[in-house]
Design a protein around this ligand. Structure first.
Ligand SMILES: [Zn+2]
Ligand SMILES: [Zn+2]
Length: 303
């Protein structure tokens, strides 16, 4: 990773943290309105669905197809999470799937960052400024996406989208509250605090969901399904299911594994804006269950 990228990442991680500290003071002084909270929640959902559906399920894994304008809208929404340009994000993530929890995984709590809490820290955020890890490389990991001119354009426009992500809440707050200080207040809540939340929720999938939770399938990694993060991550914390079947449009695979991103995909498919979602049949799931491989030969013998 270049020094410039490293420092840019440190800045992008630290600024929202400073915003949260300011927000705590504002909260103490009751400097928050329902408008600010509504903006925070609305923009959080916009950015988060952009990441889970646009960046992750659609671009990285091809779990569902969409009309070009719908795809680009989701990718622009994902860019507002300020987690980097779509093509770099997808390249990093495909590298993670190619080397999960082994040498070459850019963000595993089990390799490259030490044991226990140190490993967790590395997988959560440390990898973003480690000079030792090798990041994903679009030419190598996402050549298919590089052929999509619209995607390349959106990826290149990432710095401008990132700036707009912070300017829009300020302008909306200024218009609503009628003062510059009001604009600043909304900027803190719906700009910086929102980015802080979405950063750490996304990174929790990289760290906690390779550390704590339950397993169902016979896959050689440390991925876990974590129920506590299911709502905030909009379904991405069924991460073990996802590693078992990366192309599935739904990461939740039982009725109790709530997956809000999968529900949104279903709604978009229903109205014809998305198509060809990939779902994994119960038979395929059962064949991959822990213990299924051992049970099969016995079953044959019994016949
Ligand atoms: Zn993973
Ligand atoms: Zn994935």
């Amino acid at each position: 990773m270049s020094r410039a990228t490293r420092w840019m990442n440190i800045f992008a991680v630290s600024l929202p943290f400073v915003g949260v500290l300011i927000a705590i003071v504002l909260l103490w002084n009751q400097a928050v309105t329902w408008f600010d909270i509504a903006m925070l929640v609305g923009l959080y959902l916009f950015s988060a669905f952009g990441v889970t559906i646009g960046y992750h399920r659609m671009l990285t894994h091809g779990a569902v197809q969409a009309k070009p304008w719908v795809k680009y809208l989701f990718v622009i929404a994902g860019s507002t999470a300020i987690e980097g340009p779509a093509l770099i994000w997808a390249a990093d993530h495909r590298k993670h799937h190619a080397h999960t929890d082994q040498e070459g995984d850019p963000h595993s709590p089990h390799v490259g960052g030490g044991e226990g809490l140190r490993g967790l820290w590395h997988a959560h955020v440390g990898w973003l400024w480690s000079t030792e890890i090798e990041r994903g490389w679009p030419r190598k990991h996402t050549p298919d996406l590089l052929r999509d001119k619209g995607l390349v354009r959106i990826s290149k426009a990432f710095p401008y989208i990132a700036i707009a992500t912070l300017v829009v809440p300020f302008l909306a707050g200024w218009a609503y509250h009628g003062t510059l200080m009001g604009g600043l207040q909304t900027y803190i809540w719906a700009g910086l605090v929102k980015v802080f939340f979405i950063h750490h929720v996304t990174w929790s999938v990289n760290s906690i969901c390779h550390f704590s939770g339950y397993r169902r399938f016979d896959v050689e990694d440390h991925s876990r399904n974590n129920p506590f993060l299911a709502i905030l991550t909009l379904g991405e914390s069924w991460h073990h299911n996802h590693h078992a079947f990366p192309r599935s449009a739904s990461h939740g695979m039982r009725w109790y594994e709530v997956d809000l991103s999968a529900l949104v995909i279903k709604a978009f498919v229903k109205v014809g804006l998305m198509s060809k979602p990939v779902y994994i049949s119960r038979e395929r799931q059962d064949a991959k269950r822990i213990g299924a491989q051992k049970a099969a030969p016995n079953a044959v013998a019994a016949d």
